[in-house]
Design a binder for this molecule. Structure first.
Ligand SMILES: [Mg+2]
Length: 278
């Protein structure tokens, strides 16, 4: 099987590993499963995850760490007709992922020039063919105006993900989806989102593993992202109750949107995976 495993709330919570999960994943890998990680996080280069996965004893192969930044880069680089120049609204991690697949990343300064207060004109020198928006902690009016100007001038519009917020130890903070929404409103164009709950992130991960999606099982803790992504991609899913979801959340959900199976912890996940494999 190809295990497409979410990270936050599934493999770890904050700085701590979810008990038993790294060991179980290592066990499944030793038995022949391929373990890939699929996270909506758009801020880091995937190499940043390697030491952390290794430290908790989870199987880790950099080609199988598929963040929404990596998946968006791979997806955009494969477009036909070809896209060469991209304006990135995001972190250095996102820019690094876009460059690594051969895309030229145009800065906001290159993409547009100030014409008058608050108005920007897309420059011939920059002229990106696509705009990629992820979580950008330095987002401001100028970046909003420039990204929107490029999209209005005809650039394709991709979002790494639409997570509206994400949890920190101090409470919820705005996620990439908040920034994507601002650019959608300002440009009048709906983004194509690569992250979960859409299927694209899972498709890129299966490609990276060289396995068909029908051998995949999504393992995650979110009924907003992981399980609907599995449904969108047409693959089996296991909801882990180790993160943001409790069993009561399933009561409010139509049967067609339920996961294939539910596991309270690593022990139950072991049983469920053995059943799905058989
Ligand atoms: Mg999660």
């Amino acid at each position: 099987m190809l295990l497409l495993v979410d990270l936050d709330g599934t493999v770890w919570r904050g700085r701590t590993a979810v008990p038993g999960i790294p060991e179980l994943l290592a066990e499944r890998a030793a038995a022949g499963d391929v373990v890939a990680y699929v996270t909506n996080n758009s801020t880091r280069h995937r190499a940043d995850y390697m030491p952390r996965l290794a430290a908790i004893g989870a199987p880790a192969d950099i080609s199988l760490v598929v963040t929404s930044a990596r998946a968006t880069a791979v997806h955009v680089a494969a477009l036909q007709p070809r896209v060469d120049r991209v304006l990135a609204v995001g972190t250095p991690g996102l820019v690094a992922e876009l460059r690594e697949v051969g895309l030229t990343v145009v800065s906001a300064g290159e993409a547009a020039e100030v014409v008058t207060d608050g108005a920007y004109r897309v420059t011939a020198a920059g002229d990106p063919q696509a705009v990629v928006v992820g979580l950008d902690r330095g987002f401001d009016y100028g970046r909003l105006a420039i990204a929107s100007a490029c999209i209005r001038a005809g650039a394709l519009f991709f979002a790494t993900n639409r997570d509206p917020v994400f949890p920190t130890e101090y409470g919820f903070v705005p996620g990439a989806g908040s920034i994507v929404a601002a650019v959608e409103v300002a440009s009048g164009v709906a983004a194509i989102s690569v992250g979960k709950p859409g299927p694209l992130l899972l498709e890129v991960a299966a490609d990276a593993a060289g396995l068909p999606l029908d051998e995949a099982v999504v393992i995650g803790d979110s009924l907003q992202t992981d399980i609907p992504a599995a449904h969108a991609a047409g693959v089996a899913s296991v909801l882990l109750l180790t993160g943001v979801t409790t069993i009561e959340h399933l009561d409010d959900l139509p049967e067609a949107q339920h996961p294939t199976a539910v596991a309270r912890d690593a022990g139950e996940l072991r049983t469920v995976l053995a059943r799905l494999a058989g």
